[in-house]
Structures are given as structure tokens and as C-alpha cells.
Design a protein around this ligand. Structure first.
Ligand code: PLP
Length: 395
């Protein structure tokens, strides 16, 4: 059994704040401060360049990749960390496209813009007549024809929380001869994932959302062992080389997923992530999922009983990830008013109020209070003030 009051105690959360944005940037683990400061003073400070070997900095991307692998159904040696999610997605897509002669990449219209931008940028560079085909999320299955080379999807929709059926769509993709790339940005640390069981080909995700690795924490990439020894590393940096310290002028791709490393890893960021992953160590993902659903249902029921907000997320909990969204025409101002009252969610254009339901540090009391505050703001019209309508650079 996972004790969620114990996991909550391991985060440093500001008092008087209910944080429903752990799906966008997780809070700071208490142990992270000391871990990062230790990495600075004991490792960087004392060992200097020796830290790469003595402190194991060079192995961090694979070592921490294994710790994340446990949470997403991958075996040791199949996940590596580095760079950002946009870059890891680019690498996965470049590798997948190199394995097929087909020119269509199928995705859905709800996918995160950066994933679409990166795909289009790659296709422009390849200049080989690729097409990024976008269909509505419900149409993906019928759009999987034998023209499709790569199915590139984000499992959990960043706006609505709608989940794709990873196992079913992967099986269908394989039937038509397509490879799959799953973006787990809103899934990793949010729900149980079984990449091996689903026979996913590639997967990518970030560590600063549900995994709580901190702003700028590196992304991860998974490559199925069916492909990892031939996958083409489009960003063939020296640390993905089989023997970086041979300084050979010729590139030889490293073993397995390590070839997806590019350059120098962000050591201090990874120290923070390592502390965050300690918290995940004792967490049973099935228990996390049950708790996430309980809290999400409580939030939806309370908000719906007190407002006429339209639920933007699937009503069926099994079709929803770990965030809940409602629509409001003045969603931005409503969210600003909520934040001013100490309830932090976020706003996604054009009209989505988004609330991350993160059992590691939220309980029923938080959920009730957040819902009651939202109800009050809408009932009193407290959101309709000029200062709440003024847009900030980050929403
Ligand atoms: C958060 C998120 C990103 C962000 O990419 P970065 O390169 O880490 O900034 C990309 N794709 C999806 C689906 C996301 O949810």
C-alpha cells in the first residue's frame, strides 16, 4: 500500500496554497535542495572534472533512465535521459522515419503544438515529401491505413486529459505496418504505463511534470529493444557515440538506447530529479491511479454541483488521465482569480481551465477547498475584474 500522506510530507509546498498544477510543473521535493547543494559542493566543488567518473555523472542519464523505466513498463537499459522533450520527440521521429519507406506520419489535432512543430521542422529538413496527417482523436483508428509509416501520438491530451488506448492503437498500427511513437508527457507519473506490454516502438516524455524533476529537468526517450541497436541517431552527438573518449573522427552509434544521448548531460538538474525519483520508489502505480480517480471524481462532482461549468474531460474516468478540465468563455480571468485566492491551476487557450490531480501531494481537503473556491468565484462574479483579464507571458 502506498501511504499518500507520507509522500505529501516529502514535498515542500507553500502553506495556504493548493497546487493543482503538478501536471505542468511538479513541486519541489524536500530532499532536492540538499541533493543539489551536495552535488554542487561535494561533487562539483571537491571533485571538479573528476566528478564525471567519481560521482557517476556520466552514467546518470542511463541510471536515472532505469528508474523512470520502472514507472513506464520498460526494462533496465531501454530509457535514457537528456535534452528536452521536443528534442527527444524529434530524435524518435527521425529514427522511425529512417525505418520506413512510407511518407505519412499520422497524428491527432489535439496533439501538443511543439510535437507538431518539431515533426514539421524535421520533414522540411528531410525534404522527401513527407506528410503530417492530422485527424480528430476519435478518427485515428480509421485513419490508420497502409500509407501510414509512423503513428505519433500523445497518450493523454494536454487540454482535456482524454486518453488514447495505447495498446489497441499500437496493435492496429503494427497490423498496417506502421511504427508508433508515444508521447508520455501527461502520462508518466500520472497513471500505470506498460510500454513493453503495448509493444510500443518509441516513447518520449518529460520529467518536470508529474515526475517533479524541476524546471528544465531533462526529457527521456525509450526505444524498444526490437529497434534500439539499429535506430538511426539523427542528432549524432559525441555522447551517443560508442566510444566518446576515443575521439574518433567517425561516428559509430552507441549500444542500444544510449545512442540517443547527444551532448553533456545537465548534472545539477539530474541531481534534483534523482531526489524526486526517490519519492516514486515506494509508489504503487495502481494505487496511484485509484487515488487519482477518487480525487478527480470528487472534484468533478463538487464543481458540477455548484456551477454550470461544462466538463471538457471525458466523464468516464477510465478514458481520462490525471487532470480535469472545464470550459469557460473567460477561462483565463477565472483562473487568474482562482490563483489570487491561492488555488493554482492553469489556463489553456481557447477556453480550458485545467486542474492537475496529483495524489502524491493532494488530498480530499485540498480538492474540496479548491472546488469551493472555484464555485465562489463564479457565483460572485469575482473573476470579472480588469486585472484578471490581463494576459501574462505564461498561462
Ligand atoms: C509539456 C509538453 C512538451 C514540452 O516540451 P519541452 O521540449 O520539454 O518544452 C512537449 N510535448 C507535450 C505533449 C507536452 O505535454
Amino acid at each position: 500500500m502506498t501511504d499518500f500522506s507520507a509522500t505529501r510530507a516529502r514535498f515542500a509546498l507553500p502553506a495556504d496554497l493548493i497546487y493543482l498544477d503538478g501536471n505542468s510543473l511538479g513541486p519541489v521535493p524536500r530532499a532536492a535542495t540538499e541533493r543539489v547543494s551536495g552535488a554542487i559542493s561535494d561533487e562539483w566543488g571537491r571533485m571538479l572534472i573528476g566528478g564525471w567518473v567519481q560521482a557517476g555523472w556520466m552514467d546518470q542519464p542511463m541510471r536515472l533512465g532505469d528508474r523512470i523505466g520502472r514507472l513506464i513498463g520498460a526494462e533496465p537499459g531501454q530509457v535514457v535521459l537528456g535534452d528536452t522533450l521536443s528534442i527527444k520527440l524529434y530524435q524518435a521521429l527521425a529514427a522511425a522515419l529512417a525505418q520506413t519507406s512510407r511518407r505519412v506520419v499520422l497524428t491527432d489535432t489535439g496533439n501538443f503544438p511543439s510535437d507538431l512543430y518539431m515533426a514539421e521542422g524535421l520533414m522540411r529538413t528531410l525534404d522527401a515529401g513527407h506528410e503530417l496527417r492530422r485527424v480528430a482523436p476519435e478518427e485515428v483508428e480509421v485513419a490508420l491505413t497502409d500509407e501510414v509509416g509512423v503513428l505519433m501520438l500523445t497518450e493523454c491530451d494536454y487540454r482535456t486529459g482524454r486518453l488514447h488506448d495505447m495498446a489497441a492503437l499500437t496493435a492496429r498500427a503494427h497490423e498496417v505496418g506502421a511504427l508508433t511513437i508515444w508521447d508520455l508527457a501527461h502520462s508518466a507519473g500520472a497513471l500505470p504505463i506498460n510500454l513493453a506490454g503495448a509493444r510500443a516502438d518509441y516513447a518520449v516524455g518529460c520529467t518536470y511534470k508529474y515526475l517533479n524533476g524541476g524546471p528544465g529537468a531533462p526529457a527521456f526517450i525509450y526505444v524498444s529493444p526490437r529497434h534500439s541497436d539499429r535506430a538511426l541517431p539523427a542528432l549524432s552527438g559525441w555522447l551517443g557515440h560508442d566510444a566518446p573518449f576515443d575521439f574518433s573522427p567517425d561516428y559509430v552509434a552507441g549500444q542500444g538506447v544510449s545512442r540517443m544521448r547527444v551532448g553533456t548531460p545537465p548534472v545539477l538538474q539530474m541531481a534534483a530529479l534523482d531526489a524526486a525519483l526517490d519519492i516514486w520508489e515506494g509508489v504503487d502505480m495502481q494505487a496511484l491511479r485509484r487515488r487519482s480517480i477518487e480525487l478527480s471524481e470528487l472534484f468533478i462532482q463538487t464543481v458540477e454541483a455548484g456551477t454550470d461549468l461544462e466538463l471538457a474531460s471525458p466523464r468516464d474516468a477510465s478514458r481520462r488521465g490525471s487532470h480535469v478540465s472545464f470550459r469557460h468563455d473567460s477561462g483565463y480571468a477565472v483562473m487568474q482569480a482562482l490563483i489570487a485566492r491561492g488555488v493554482v491551476g492553469d489556463f489553456r487557450a481557447p477556453d480550458i481551465l485545467r486542474f492537475g490531480i496529483t495524489p502524491l501531494f493532494l488530498d480530499e481537503g485540498d480538492i474540496r477547498k479548491a472546488a469551493d473556491t472555484l464555485i465562489d468565484i463564479l457565483a460572485t462574479g469575482a473573476w470579472d475584474r480588469p486585472e484578471f483579464h490581463r494576459r501574462k507571458a505564461v498561462t
